[in-house]
Write a protein that binds this ligand. Structure first.
Ligand SMILES: [Zn+2]
Length: 215
């Protein structure tokens, strides 16, 4: 495989690994540190496809709680009564949907909190509701290990990590080249070029010398 292709593949895999590792770390450990109410959204896909509110719902509460790499969205037909949802005949059927998203800087994986386990086989359940973990979130909801991507956040994180890794790698390459030239060594294999004229290729790996004749 070409070295450039290998580098691109390595960076892509490393970016994906970092995205998933940070998301799972938040799912395991991150606390919820702040909360805010948002104007209740109408039914339909929302937001950025992260969660589906059926069109026949009448959402009245949208409470967003966040922590480092962690986001807890509660959308309900019930009204918020200070510290809890107030279920009443006027807001019936009082349906609620909770989505927990993890990842940094953007939510990349998510799970839905269900009052009863979702239907379907084990894989479908894990895709939707994540895998069970010890411990609770500050809301009292159990912590879960998510496997379902939030596509927009996942893509944004991948691009960000990709750019950072590319920048770091180019800095390292530049430093290595600079050092090789400074110590009169081959820039490719590090073989000492002492006593070799600048126009001569490296005797070890045949890399062109620092003053190779133009091809
Ligand atoms: Zn060499």
């Amino acid at each position: 495989m070409h070295a450039t292709t290998r580098g691109i593949l390595a960076r892509a895999l490393l970016s994906l690994g970092l995205t998933i590792a940070l998301a799972w770390a938040a799912a395991l450990f991150a606390p919820l540190t702040s909360s805010s109410f948002q104007p209740a959204p109408s039914g339909g896909d929302w937001p950025a496809g992260r969660f589906h509110i059926p069109a026949d719902w009448t959402p009245r509460t949208w409470l967003v709680r966040t922590g480092p790499g962690l986001r807890h969205d509660l959308i309900s037909e019930s009204l918020w009564m200070g510290s809890t949802l107030g279920m009443s005949d006027s807001t019936a059927p009082n349906r609620t949907r909770i989505l927990v998203s993890v990842g940094w800087p953007f939510p990349a994986l998510a799970w839905t909190v269900y009052p009863v386990p979702p239907e379907g086989n084990a894989l479908a359940q894990a895709w939707s509701a994540g895998l069970p973990l010890q411990g609770l979130l500050g809301t009292g909801d159990p912590r879960r290990l998510p496997i379902r991507p939030s596509w927009v956040g996942l893509a944004l994180n991948l691009v960000i990590y990709w750019l950072v890794l590319t920048w770091v790698m180019s800095m390292l390459t530049r430093r290595r080249l600079h050092r090789a030239i400074e110590h009169n060594r081959c820039v490719r294999c590090g073989y000492s070029r002492d006593g070799i004229t600048p126009a001569t290729p490296c005797p070890e790996c045949a890399a062109p010398g620092p003053q190779a004749p133009a091809a």
